[in-house]
Design a protein around this ligand. Structure first.
Ligand code: SAH
Length: 226
């Protein structure tokens, strides 16, 4: 079912980074309403501790966001699961754009399910570390770029799905223009104190159907490159 499974060696870990810790997290996500078994299975098989500093390894499988440096965070596992399931609900997209690579965790979760991921990050050092993780995990279906993600990735458009992992006041126009006419976009929108996860679906005629998926808390979508 995973189109790109990770090598078993990536899952070695003891105690707080063991398979048991990941299994417990997967069970918790299910209890908290995640329904898509593909997403649960991928989170169960993705070593989140590889995406954070060693000092935080003992907290890797807690259902919380954690700092990754440069004032940024790796998202809460429940939020990663919810966004991934919202993106997959109408079928598996072939080509997905992510804005905000951060640690690379969300990209790696998606890359195990969909054929092609394109991810953009504005902070070069975070991108460098994320690329190293993609290589170490043997994932060759993730392409990444150091740029202002508000511009999307025009040369590779259109995308069947787009996910933003940082919150702006609105979805930048350049990004919406890069969504295929029947594509799906999932993004947090709003201010730090009042954010909503939204999903937009193209109706094929140039309009979008918009839904609210619940309150969330993401770091801000900034302009320019860091
Ligand atoms: N998906 C990430 C979440 C990282 S937090 C993960 O799984 O770890 C959001 C990230 O968005 C941060 O790394 C931040 O630097 C980045 N970001 C914010 N504004 C951006 C922009 N305009 N273009 C690209 N990346 C941006």
């Amino acid at each position: 079912m995973n189109v790109h499974p990770l090598p078993p060696s990536a899952l070695k870990g003891e105690g707080m980074t063991s398979q048991r810790a990941r299994d417990r997290l997967a069970t918790k996500l299910k209890e908290e309403g995640i329904r898509d078994q593909r997403v649960i299975d991928v989170i169960r098989n993705t070593p989140r501790h590889h995406f954070i500093d060693q000092a935080l390894h003992s907290r890797a499988y807690e259902n919380t966001a954690l700092p990754i440096g440069h004032g940024q965070t790796i998202s809460q596992p429940w939020v990663v699961a919810r966004m991934t399931e919202a993106l997959l609900e109408f079928g598996v997209p072939q080509k997905v754009l992510e804005i905000g690579t951060g640690s690379g965790y969300q990209a790696v979760v998606l890359a195990q399910i969909v054929p092609q991921i394109y991810t953009v990050e504005r902070i070069e050092e975070l991108l460098r570390q994320a690329r190293r993780r993609f290589r170490q995990l043997g994932l060759t279906n993730i392409r990444s770029r150091h740029d202002d993600g508000k511009l999307g990735w025009a040369d590779e458009a259109p995308f069947d799905a787009i996910i933003l992992t940082a919150a702006g006041d609105a979805i930048p126009h350049a990004i919406l223009d890069q969504l295929s006419p029947t594509g799906v976009l999932v993004a947090p929108v709003g201010s730090p104190s009042n954010q909503m996860l939204i999903r937009m679906r193209g109706d094929g005629q140039g309009d979008f159907i918009q839904e609210e998926l619940g309150a969330v808390s993401f770091v801000p979508l900034l302009g320019g490159i860091g």
